[in-house]
Design a protein around this ligand. Structure first.
Ligand code: 3H9
Length: 693
């Protein structure tokens, strides 16, 4: 065995040179891997004993791509492109033996081999677009030559991976192999040699790209199909242009085009934001005082109280992950309705071909409905999802404490209420915490894990594991009104409510916020949620635009009238002069003098309250690090990932500039704009939020 570098070895077995990569955790193509492949090929080609070469990886996966941590650092030769040219030019057959994920540069490496085999569970993808990039080591030129431009566009500009069966069907791999991968690769190499198979050099394989030449409709159709999802992102368009290059240019020219388009993205702020978000998402589960080996509880059975929209959605998460769920309601028809909605959701998924009817039944069989809290006696975790009413929650937790086994975790799904106050009614506050799901709970990825003053480390560590199992991005936050996400959201909402009194229209605000990159503006969102959520006729006092709208029967989309009008069966908001008049009248009564509010001011007044409140949350230790707040906003509130989250965005603009604006608004608009002490401190030290991550 020759140790090529610290991450690669070459062994010769039965005339086959085996280059084995070992660069945990995901065999990213950092320098020692690139150098190892280049040297391994060189030596194997020179060695007369070697007749064919296999590239295989140790550990959990084939290569997951370029080492993203190296991006932005001075390049270290050989670059991946150079290594792949060496691979491409090998006169001896090369075979990529794939398990786990062949992603990004990993798949580009495999595409530069003459043959590819994979285990049945292997996945193949070029997900660079999700990092705001494009495959920059020939992937945009080689993949279309193998699977054709249409399929390549999907894989490159959308970035979703495909499994082994599909990879075989589209010609991306030559064989699916069972059993020991190394042995299978050696056997495959033997077959290639015995059959004297010609070397399949992808770079010279022009049939599929030539067949698409002149057919610009392929690209036009694809552009249209992703327009909505790709709004605001620059990478998908560059991906498309690079694939167009594969069709219209010779291979080498196509590579140059790919490079230009790649560098454009690499130097832009969107990719920086998306790469930041990638690592931030992996950072959230690392809590400084919760080491990896913290003991955890075994959770298999889950109780959920409340079968409404929230409880039902939460139940689906657990069932999808194989937990058994006991769903508790107070009345049989509420329970029936809740179970019916869950079944319907699964049936819709099945009707789209995304699960079988047997799956629907299997999932439903994991849920047991009941009207009795006593049935929660043997569950390992309870999540209470009843409406936001402290006395009710306290009553429930008191009962749960009596009913549930001693080491059961008791969680509340409250959005705002004090988790410590709820925990205090139990004799086991160390087993109590908040699990704050976002609506619709079966869809939204965010989960705020609210750590109470007495929540034990074991319970917190268990909650983090559960979060992963149910495929949520779980962010730990502390107790305060609204925790992290909603506390920041409230500040934005207050400011947007005020901006329309000063003279901006709801349409202007909504358009500016949408154009910034949010899925919708605040007033369309209010109409969608329902203006009457948390509003009571009996106590309404005409003291806000919302009060006035609700008092006049405008509840939002649900009754076709809110900040906007809605035609039956249509969600498109139609501006309503009557609402404009109501806002103007109310503003005049409050003493506002109407003025033109610029789009730029709206952006600042929408985003800067998030930054300022986020800083206060950090000061108070409610969130662990600024990037956690960004992950909350990306996954729970539709913040555009290409702007990295509010805290990243603050650094992008310059925290000193943000501070100056906060001070200006404090003088002009009032003390609620007073800059957080943390921002003052960071600016005085010449630092940004990035220094706290
Ligand atoms: C590229 O290839 C560009 C080329 O086209 C052109 C070049 C010229 N680099 O996600 P996990 C770390 S761009 C560095 O928790 P999983 C990750 O941070 C790349 N580090 O595991 C984490 O570290 P830690 C295109 C990486 O099993 C640990 O590995 N490729 C990389 O849930 C485990 O990760 C991609 O975009 C990397 N490339 O999922 C693939 N990847 O333990 C990105 C992971 O310290 N990766 N790490 O927190 C993934 O999608 C998932 O990590 C993967 C494993 C599916 C592979």
């Amino acid at each position: 065995m020759i140790q090529l570098t610290e991450a690669a070895t070459l062994t010769v077995q039965d005339g086959i040179g085996i280059i084995s990569i070992n660069n945990p955790p995901v065999n990213a193509l950092g320098y020692p891997v690139r150098k190892g492949i280049a040297d391994g090929i060189d030596q194997a080609v020179k060695d007369s004993q070697v007749k064919a070469i296999v590239i295989i990886c140790e550990g959990r996966t084939f290569c997951a791509g370029a080492d993203i941590r190296e991006f932005g650092q001075p390049p270290k030769e050989p670059g991946l492109g150079e290594v792949l040219e060496i691979l491409d030019a090998s006169p001896k057959p090369t075979i990529a033996a794939i398990h786990g994920t062949a992603f990004g540069g990993g798949l580009e490496t495999a595409l530069s081999c003459h043959f590819r085999i994979g285990v049945p569970t292997a996945q193949f993808g070029l997900p660079e677009v999700k990092l705001g990039l494009l495959p920059g080591a020939g992937g945009t030129q080689r993949l279309p030559r193998v699977v054709g431009p249409e399929k390549a566009l999907q894989m490159i500009a959308i970035g979703d991976p495909i499994g082994a069966t599909e990879a075989l069907a589209v010609g991306l791999i030559d064989e699916i192999v069972d059993g020991d991968l190394k042995a299978a690769a050696i056997a495959f190499a033997g077959k290639v040699l015995a059959e004297n198979r010609p070397l399949v050099k992808v770079s010279a394989n022009n049939q599929k790209v030539e067949a698409a030449r002149g057919k610009s409709e392929i690209f036009d159709t694809f552009r249209k199909s992703i327009a909505r999802k790709a709004r605001g992102f620059v990478a998908p368009e560059n991906c498309i242009k690079a694939v167009e290059g594969s069709v219209n240019l010779p291979f080498k020219e196509g590579l140059k085009r790919e490079r230009e388009l790649f560098m454009e993205l690499m130097n832009g702020h969107q990719s920086a934001a998306q790469r930041y978000a990638f690592f931030a998402e992996r950072q959230v589960s690392k809590i400084p005082d919760i080491p990896k080996d913290t003991p955890q509880l075994d959770v298999k059975k889950v109780g959920i109280i409340g079968a409404g929209t929230m409880g039902g959605g939460i139940a689906m998460n657990f069932v999808n992950a194989g937990y058994t769920v006991t769903l508790v309601e107070t009345k049989q028809d509420f329970l029936d309705r809740g179970l019916g909605v869950i079944r319907k959701n699964y049936e819709i998924t099945a009707s789209k071909g995304k699960m079988t009817t047997a799956d629907v039944e299997k999932r439903m069989s994991l849920i047991t409905g009941t009207l009795s809290l006593e049935d929660l006696a043997d569950v390992d975790l309870v999540i209470e999802a009843v409406f936001e009413d402290m006395p009710l929650k306290k009553e429930i937790f008191g009962k749960l404490d009596r009913i549930c086994k001693k080491d059961a975790i008791l969680a509340t799904n409250t959005s705002y209420l004090d988790v410590n106050e709820i925990a205090a009614v139990t004799g086991r506050p160390e087993f109590v915490l908040g699990l704050h799901f976002f609506s619709p709970a079966n869809v939204m990825r965010l989960l705020e894990i609210v750590r109470g003053a007495k929540t034990s480390k074991t319970v917190l560590a268990t909650a983090l594991t559960i979060g992963k199992k149910i495929k949520k991005v779980a962010v730990v936050v502390g107790v305060c009104h609204g925790f992290a996400g909603n506390r920041m959201f409230s500040q934005r909402k207050n400011e947007m409510d005020q901006v329309i009194l000063e003279g901006a229209s709801p349409e202007q605000v909504d358009k500016v916020v949408y154009d910034f990159g949010f899925p919708m503006g605040p007033f369309v969102l209010s109409d969608l949620i329902g203006l009457d959520l948390g509003w009571k006729k009996e106590t309404s006092s005409s003291s806000s635009v919302r009060d006035i709208l609700c008092e006049s029967g405008r509840m939002g989309q649900k009754n076709g009238r809110g900040y906007y009008l809605y035609e039956a069966g249509n969600r498109a908001p139609i501006p309503d002069p009557e609402v404009k008049q109501m806002i103007d009248d109310f503003a005049a009564k409050q003493g506002y003098k109407k003025r033109a509010v610029s789009d730029d001011e709206i952006v600042k007044r929408c985003v800067y309250p998030l930054i300022n409140e986020g800083a206060k949350i950090l000061e108070e230790g409610i969130a662990v690090r600024p990037s956690d707040l960004d992950i909350i906003w990306i996954n729970g509130y539709g913040w555009p990932v290409y702007l990295g989250g509010p805290m990243f965005y603050a650094d992008l603009i310059g925290l000193d500039k943000v501070l100056a604006t906060l001070k200006e608004y404090e003088a002009k608009l009032g003390s609620h704009w007073k800059p957080a002490a943390l921002i003052e401190k960071l600016v005085s030290e010449g630092k940004g939020f990035k220094d706290l991550n």
